[in-house]
Design a protein around this ligand. Structure first.
Ligand code: NI
Length: 277
C-alpha cells in the first residue's frame, strides 16, 4: 500500500506524468514558510535572487525542514521508492504584475540525471491560479522521448537558459495546476510544462523540490545531494550537510560548493559561471 497517495493517484502519476493536489501543509504552515522567506528578503532589501534561489535548503533551516517534511517524503516515496535524495530546490517566485514566465520545456533537458526516475514536489506558499501564472502541463508527455530545445536566454524567462521546446506544443491539451497554499503537485522530469506571467497584485511563490532515488546517476559532473529518507547504498552523489543555523559559515560554504557543481552541469556548453539573477 502507498504511504500517503491512493493507489489511483500513484497510477495517475505514472500514466499522466503528474498528480495534484496533495495537501502537505496547513494554510497557517504555508503562511509561516512565506513569512520566513520574506523576513530574509526584508533584511537584504531585495527578493531572493541568483544562486540563492537554488539549493536554498542548504542555506536556511526552514527550507531544510521542508525538504524533510514527512508528508512530502511519503508522497515522494510512493512514486520513486524508499531511498530518496533531495537533488535540488528551486524557488519559482513570480512578482506581482511581472512579465516573468516559464517557456514550454522538459526538466530533463540539461539536468544530466539518468535514469529519468526524477520527481518534482512543487509546494505552494501562496495560492496558485490561472491569473497568477500557474503551471500548465501536457498529460502523458513524459512518455515521449526527449524533445529538442533551443536556448533563448530571454530576460523574462525564469529558466536557467531560457530553454524552450523547438517544436510546436499542442496547448489545447494543457492542464493547469491550481493549488491552495500548503498543497503540492508532483511531476515527472520529462513532463512538458510551462507557465504564463503573474497578472495579479500579489506574489506567486512556489518551491520546487527535486527528489531522486539513490540509484540515479549524474552524467555531467561529480554532483552532490542530500539523503532525506532510507539508505544510500550507491553513493552516486557526495553527501551535503544540513544547515545548523541560517546562513552560517558552514551553510554558506556547503551551498557555494553544491551550487558550483550544479551550475557546471546545467550551463555546460556555455560560458556562464552562476545562475541568472
Ligand atoms: Ni520545469
Amino acid at each position: 500500500m502507498p504511504k500517503l497517495l491512493t493507489p489511483a493517484a500513484v497510477e495517475k502519476y505514472h500514466s499522466a506524468g503528474y498528480h495534484f493536489p496533495v495537501r502537505v501543509l496547513s494554510t497557517a504552515e504555508a503562511a509561516s514558510y512565506r513569512r520566513r522567506l520574506e523576513e530574509h528578503e526584508r533584511k537584504t532589501g531585495a527578493p531572493l535572487q541568483g544562486n540563492w534561489r537554488h539549493k536554498c535548503h542548504l542555506l536556511f533551516t526552514w527550507a531544510d525542514e521542508l525538504v524533510h517534511h514527512p508528508k512530502i517524503l511519503d508522497a515522494v516515496e510512493d512514486v520513486i521508492g524508499p531511498n530518496v535524495l533531495c537533488w535540488t530546490t528551486n524557488f519559482f517566485i513570480k512578482e506581482a504584475n511581472n512579465p516573468g514566465f516559464v517557456s514550454w520545456h522538459q526538466d530533463a533537458t540539461y539536468w544530466g540525471l539518468d535514469p529519468d526516475d526524477v520527481v518534482t514536489a512543487w509546494v505552494a506558499f501562496t495560492e496558485v491560479t490561472p491569473a497568477n501564472g500557474y503551471m500548465q502541463v501536457i498529460p502523458g508527455s513524459h512518455k515521449v522521448e526527449q524533445l529538442p530545445h533551443v536556448d533563448t536566454f530571454h530576460k523574462d524567462n525564469l529558466l536557467s537558459r531560457g530553454q524552450e521546446i523547438a517544436v510546436e506544443v499542442d496547448k489545447s491539451k494543457a492542464v493547469g495546476i491550481a493549488l491552495q497554499p500548503g498543497e503540492m503537485s508532483l511531476h515527472h522530469i520529462k513532463l512538458v510544462h510551462g507557465s504564463d506571467p503573474n497578472r495579479t497584485n500579489d506574489r506567486r511563490i512556489g518551491l520546487a523540490i527535486r527528489y531522486i532515488p539513490t540509484y540515479v546517476r549524474q552524467t555531467k559532473v561529480r554532483d552532490s545531494a542530500m539523503l532525506v529518507r532510507g539508505v544510500d547504498a550507491e553513493r552516486n552523489f557526495d553527501p551535503e550537510p544540513r544547515p545548523q543555523r541560517d546562513l552560517d559559515d558552514a551553510a554558506l560554504a556547503a551551498h557555494a560548493d553544491a551550487v558550483g557543481r550544479q551550475v557546471k552541469a546545467l550551463y555546460s556548453g556555455t560560458d556562464r559561471q552562476q545562475f541568472r539573477a
